[in-house]
Design a protein around this ligand. Sequence first.
Ligand SMILES: Nc1ncnc2c1ncn2[C@@H]1O[C@H](COP(=O)(O)OP(=O)(O)OP(=O)(O)O)[C@@H](O)[C@H]1O
Ligand SMILES: O=C(O)[C@H](O)COP(=O)(O)O
Length: 401
Amino acid sequence: MFKTIDDLDTEQQLLVRLDLNAPVEDDVVQDNRRFARHAETLRELLADGHAVAVLAHQGRPGRDTFVSLEQHAAILADHLDRDVDFVADTFGEDALAAIDDLEGGEALVLENARMCDEELPEEAPEVKADTEFVRTLAPEFDAYVNDAYSAAHRSHASLVGFPRVMDAYAGRVMEQEYTANSSIQEREFDGTVTMALGGTKAEDLIPVIESVDGVDQFCLGGIVGELFLRAAGHDVGYDVEGTDFFDDQWDDQRETIERILEEYEDSLYLATDLAYEGADDERAEVDVEGLEKETSYLDVGSDTAETYADLVRESEAVFVKGALGVFEDERFADGTVTVLEAIAETDCFSVVGGGDTSRAIGMYGLDEDDFGHVSIAGGAYVRALTGEPLVAVEALEAAAE
Ligand SMILES: Nc1ncnc2c1ncn2[C@@H]1O[C@H](COP(=O)(O)OP(=O)(O)OP(=O)(O)O)[C@@H](O)[C@H]1O
Ligand SMILES: O=C(O)[C@H](O)COP(=O)(O)O
């Protein structure tokens, strides 16, 4: 087991890894549940007199969401109702000077860790520990705290490198999510177990279908659902209008998708209709037989949503990862919200995961208490459901030995 912040001495100089990865709309970073949850950890650390430098990432290089963390510092400051400084540097001279100036009870956000070349390539923890990034920052601090459960499946320098060379502790979010997201197989449900998979990160979800034990049926939507429809012979799942969701993931995952489609025929539910932006910008729907390659489909259709909701109502347990449509736009929220409402109405065991997806609960007036657990993690959460270890958790455990 790892050590937690309960094991920390007070008034330390701390390097704290958070996951503030958030949606970005027109260059504006959107508050999501991650800020509120991590603010709780920070509040506790600051109250104990620690000086806190926050390390986090946003987006991936080359994507529109790959932006500075300056706005994140301001959002955190709002949640904490106190100043949070920002320095546009991660481990260079400016960052070191700002860290040096930090006093007990103060918080500082360092620049997007993914702007450092050594952060990203997935490599073994010992390789990451030997990067200039880790070797420069580590000596500036008394200890490292990892609260970024939702990024714990990535073997990146900020997640697995520091715990090899420093005293390392789990933050509150790490601790709570780790406890709540245990593998489905260990839980042993009596009735039907359903998993609704959607969102954009097909590469994270597709392996889950094959590796998870104990799930009876999968309801697919979002980008992942469209890729399966493409494999089933429908004219959908192609990049149009400058999107980059489909073609690369199709090239990488095609064989697996085709194999899963055949082997899991009886437990996979694909959409029978999809929604798109029709004339006058209204929501329009079409049966999958009528799909056209050139159209962007933005939600599952209402027949599909009802079918999925019925499957949920008959289930003993439901796990959700990823939205079934672009729920941020009310016109395309129907699939996601219908399924979430069905979960909330029944007393099935449920977990809803995904940094973006979990936002839908608050946005559409659903009550968090009607869900078993709402996870702010996406990829890490689905891996945990399959019983797969998370590298950054393993790194914390190794540091405790
Ligand atoms: N058909 C679609 N076209 C484009 N975007 C879609 C579609 N369906 C769902 N989405 C988007 O998927 C996003 C949610 O999925 P995403 O894969 O980002 O992650 P998540 O479940 O929040 O988890 P993570 O924490 O791994 O990011 C939503 O913001 C939604 O707008
Ligand atoms: O949002 C997430 O799921 C985590 O921050 C990990 O982001 P990534 O999928 O870009 O590595």
